[in-house]
Each structure stands twice: as structure tokens, then as C-alpha cells.
Write a protein that binds this ligand. Structure first.
Ligand code: KG4
Ligand code: ZN
Length: 339
């Protein structure tokens, strides 16, 4: 089974072709970072327009590179949510138009399921069941992954998603967009434990997270230092970035460890954009007796390959297409069907 996938949920256009026997055959990504950087965040209207501009040339490039044509593709899939509605519509309408013209099935894929299963694109893959820490710009979730499409949400953020907390704190520190990777870079120059930070949810039962307090803590800390020392030097900013990153990742690791223990699992997966964070990877790798899996960097953040993978597996298990476009800007993974 071979699918052509379109990912357009936010500010990257991802096109990929995945074959259940041959694996990933093509994977192209166009990032709109430069377009949105001047506004300090994603502007939905501009995102949709830019998807429109690049989606067809990218599909053409993927087909040319692989020397494939319509007869070699069994289905077209697209990201149907969660995401920005206008951006999702570009991928969905493009996919269904191509599917109609080619006479192929077409169906929507859950973006978060894509992130969750992205580690399956690697050479060594985790075996079910496992605990997944799914950390992106819009979500922070601990999931008991029992099998394909069998996901139990154990905990999630009660306020900001962790990627959002990284991005907002980066802004407070005067860093550009996207803030997460820039904050992580700055943190490499900082000293841990320079400033005391609270570890969110440390004394709470359960597996939920909370990150909005950390950003507020940074705002207050900067005010205090400005008052006392008059100037925020580059070194102070780096120290704050480091302490923020330590507190954030400590909280993520703590809850993940609790979830692994509660289920008695020895396998853990990190996925989503914040899964690219090296400090987080280091801490989870150090957990005793736990086998950790994560996708390569380019498959942590948004990409078409993860959507193509889920599409191909779902097609193989008998999922049927429909030319009726169904978009779900909010789409809980618990509503997905097993496959
Ligand atoms: O999964 P993703 O590409 O898009 C969403 O589905 O949200 O995640 C993007 C998020 C952004 O908030 C970005 O700042 C964060 O992932 N991110 C990082 C790092 N790389 C990306 N956060 C911390 N450290 C990183 N190295
Ligand atoms: Zn994403």
C-alpha cells in the first residue's frame, strides 16, 4: 500500500510518500518560519495563503523525485486536525481534488497521531505497550499507547502546552520566533540552579502538567533583577533560560516516570516538537531500566512523513476513503478507531 500525504496544519507544508513494504519514499518540507518571524508568531491567514502557493509544486516534486505517477499511488491522505482551520482546508481540498481526479480513496489523519507514531519511521521501533510523552506547541500529553489507534490519555497540561510555554518565555527573554529552539540554544550558555524555580505539579496526584506559572515566574524574576541590578545582561538571560529549561523538563520527566511506574511499562517514547529538546532527551535517557525511543529531529517537528505513515497503516488495515471533507480543528485522540 502506498500513500501520498499532505500535512498543512500550521506553518509547514509537508508532502510525503510512504509505502508499507518499501518505507518512506519521499519527504519534502517547506517551512514558513521566515514569513511569520516578523510578526512574532504564526498569522493564520498568511499561513493558508503560503500553503496554497507551495502545495502543488511540492507534490509535483515528490512524484518526479520518486518517478511515480497516479497509477502508483493507492490513496491520498491529509491532516484533518487538530490545527488552524484555514491551513487544514488547503491540504484537505488539495488532497480530495487530486483523489477525485485520479479516482483514488482519500481520508483525513489526526496530526497528533502522526506525531505519536513518528518514531515508527526509524530503524528500531518501540513495541506496544508504552508510555508516550507527546509534547508540541499545542499539546502536552502523557498517553498509554496500547496499540495502533488504542490510546488512553493519562495526563495533559491544565494551561499552556509546554512548547507554548517555551515560546512565550523566549519572547519574554527577547528571543525571536520560533522561541523554543532559541531558548534551548541560549540555555546551553547558562548556569543551572542560579535562580530557584518551582517544579509545577510536584506535590499533586495524577499525571497532569501546568506550565503557565513558569512563564510568570520568569516575568517576575526579570522585574526583580532589573530592580536590584538595573540591567539584564546576556549571561543573566542565559542563566534564566537554563533554569527555566531545567524546571520544565524536570516536571515532564517526573510525570513521565510516575506514568511508567503506574503502568509497569519499561518503554517510553517522546514525540512532538519539544521532543527535539536535548535536555529533555538526556534526562529521559538517564531513567534507569527504561528503553527510550524518539524520532530523528526533522520528524519531531511537523512533517508529512508521519502523516503518510499513519495513512498507509490505516489504509492497509482497511480504512475507507470519502470525498466528503471532514476537518476537526479539535480532535481528541481518544476518538480514534483502533487499526
Ligand atoms: O510539533 P510541533 O512542530 O508543532 C505543533 O504541532 O505544535 O512543535 C512546535 C513546538 C514549538 O512550540 C517549538 O518552540 C517547540 O516545539 N520546540 C522546542 C524545541 N524545538 C521545537 N522546544 C524546546 N526545545 C527545542 N529544542
Ligand atoms: Zn505538530
Amino acid at each position: 500500500m502506498r500513500v501520498l500525504a499532505i500535512e498543512s496544519s500550521c506553518d509547514e507544508t509537508g508532502i510525503a510518500i510512504y509505502d508499507t513494504k518499501l518505507g518512506l519514499m519521499s519527504h519534502l518540507l517547506y517551512s514558513q518560519i521566515k514569513l511569520h518571524a516578523q510578526y512574532g508568531g504564526v498569522v493564520p491567514e498568511l499561513a493558508s495563503r503560503d500553503h496554497v502557493r507551495v502545495v502543488l509544486p511540492l507534490i509535483d516534486q515528490a512524484l518526479q523525485e520518486t518517478k511515480l505517477s497516479s497509477k502508483d499511488i493507492d490513496a491520498i491522505v491529509y491532516t484533518a486536525g487538530p490545527g488552524l482551520i484555514g491551513a487544514l482546508m488547503v491540504g484537505a481540498t488539495t488532497a480530495s481534488s487530486i483523489a477525485m481526479a485520479w479516482g483514488k480513496p482519500c481520508f483525513g489523519i489526526n496530526h497528533m497521531e502522526g506525531h505519536l507514531l513518528a518514531p515508527m519511521l526509524e530503524e528500531t521501533t518501540p513495541t506496544f505497550p508504552y508510555i508516550a510523552l507527546l509534547v508540541s506547541g499545542g499539546h502536552t500529553m502523557l498517553i498509554d499507547v496500547k496499540g495502533f489507534g488504542r490510546y488512553e490519555l493519562m495526563g495533559e497540561s491544565l494551561d499552556d502546552a509546554v512548547g507554548e510555554a517555551f515560546d512565550k518565555t523566549a519572547k519574554v527573554l527577547g528571543l525571536g520566533y520560533p522561541g523554543g529552539p532559541q531558548l534551548a540554544n541560549l540555555a546551553t550558555l547558562g548556569q543551572a540552579n542560579k535562580y530557584p524555580f518551582p517544579i509545577p505539579m510536584k506535590h499533586k496526584e495524577g499525571f497532569d502538567f501546568s506550565f503557565s506559572g513558569l512563564k510568570t515566574h520568569v516575568v517576575n524574576l526579570i522585574r526583580k533583577i532589573e530592580k536590584e541590578e538595573g540591567l539584564i545582561t546576556d549571561q543573566i538571560r542565559a542563566d534564566i533560560a537554563k533554569c527555566f529549561e531545567e524546571a520544565t523538563t524536570d516536571s515532564l520527566v517526573r510525570q513521565t516516570q510516575k506514568a511508567l511506574k503506574a503502568k509497569g511499562y519499561k518503554t517510553c517514547v517522546i514525540a512532538g516538537g519539544v521532543g527535539a529538546n536535548l535536555c529533555l532527551r538526556r534526562k529521559l535517557t538517564a531513567l534507569p531500566d527504561i528503553q527510550l525511543y524518539y524520532p530523528r529531529f526533522e520528524f519531531c517537528t511537523d512533517n508529512g512523513a508521519m502523516i503518510a505513515y499513519v495513512g498507509a497503516k490505516r489504509l492497509e488495515s482497511g480504512e475507507k476513503g470519502s470525498l466528503h471533507i471532514q476537518l476537526r480543528p479539535r480532535w481528541p485522540m481518544s476518538e480514534l478507531l483502533p487499526f
